[in-house]
Design a protein around this ligand. Structure first.
Ligand SMILES: [Zn+2]
Length: 319
């Protein structure tokens, strides 16, 4: 059995799967960082034990634990280093701590790479050889599957597409650089821009009720209702997203590009159709013929599969 743990900024998701990846148990709890990583890891482990108990599976049956975490990770992928969404976590030896807890090997992967593995194995990219996954929620994470394998690059940080510049110079990004894709289409950046620029009488303001509550959810909803300001903002979003996809088409010529949260929520008419058209206009016909741009298929279940897929990948690689 493989235990998958996805440690997110707001929730922890558990998946318990057999070697084929079929889920035999699952669970969720709020992240609630205490400020002390040891306390947090004990709580994360106790949540995992509850999932095992509910499934009637003893911890001795675990062959591996796979963990998806917000990066960055150390080069050996054993420790998490200063994840922005987990307050109080500096350098945290997650793999060692959980290996002691469960008595089996523990593999760590950043959440976007884990998402790429999950969408490749069980989601929108099943059976393809080359896939790019863009996570697109608060931030913009990326994961690359090339030749059927996760591509980590020499540093382990390959695929960080959210931090490639789309304007230069440009807006300040949460990472400290400027002009990053994330600073234009990440959920946090969109919310900030909406708070600063949404007209008082716009539909997004009506939906949110208060300026400080504005988020990408309101933008998508208002655009769907035909609001002119929201549609113009979606057009801007699609423009930056298309730029990034054109870079990917020229650099990697992947078979499939899978887009997560915000794009998936916006859907075909507001996002995918216009993005496909712009990408087609800006790439050579023979550059990435047949390249599909698809919404993530696992939706809200991605978190349960992400950790499991990290474990499965490590087992297959004999890590
Ligand atoms: Zn950045």
């Amino acid at each position: 059995m493989i235990l998958g743990i996805d440690i997110g900024g707001t929730k922890i998701a558990y998946g318990l799967a057999d070697s084929s990846g079929e889920l035999r148990g699952r669970g969720r709890r709020a992240t609630e960082c205490s400020g002390d990583p040891e306390t947090d890891l004990a709580r994360i482990a106790s949540g995992a034990r509850a999932v095992l108990a509910e499934a009637g599976i003893p911890a001795s049956e675990l062959v591996r634990v796979g963990v998806a975490v917000p990066g960055p990770l150390d080069a050996e992928r054993r420790r998490v280093i200063d994840p922005p969404n987990l307050p109080g976590w500096e350098t945290v030896p997650v793999a060692e701590r959980l290996a002691r807890e469960f008595g089996c090997p523990v593999s760590l992967e950043n959440d976007a790479n884990a998402g790429a593995l999950a969408e490749h194995r069980f989601g929108a990219g099943q059976g393809v050889s080359d896939l790019v996954y863009l996570s697109m929620s608060t931030g913009v994470g990326g994961g690359l599957i090339l030749g059927g394998r996760l591509h980590r690059g020499r540093s382990g940080n390959a695929g960080e597409l959210g931090h490639t510049p789309v304007e230069w110079p440009g807006d300040i990004c949460s990472c400290g650089l400027t002009g990053c894709l994330e600073a234009y289409i990440g959920g946090a950046a969109l919310a900030r821009r909406m708070r600063e620029h949404a007209p008082q009488d716009s539909r997004v303001m009506g939906l949110a009720g208060a300026r400080e509550r504005l988020s990408a959810v309101h933008l998508v909803e208002a655009a769907r209702a035909g609001d002119a300001w929201a549609l113009a903002e979606m057009d801007r979003f699609n423009g930056y997203l298309s730029q990034a996809i054109v870079h990917l088409a020229f650099a990697l010529a992947p078979e499939v590009i899978v887009l997560g949260t915000i794009a998936a929520a916006a859907g075909e008419a507001l996002c995918f159709a216009p993005v496909r058209a712009r990408v087609a206009e800006s790439t050579w016909p023979h550059q990435a013929p047949g390249m599909k741009i698809l919404p993530a298929a696992l939706g809200d279940e991605l978190a349960e599969y992400a950790g499991v897929c990290v474990g499965l990948e490590a087992e297959e690689a004999g890590a």
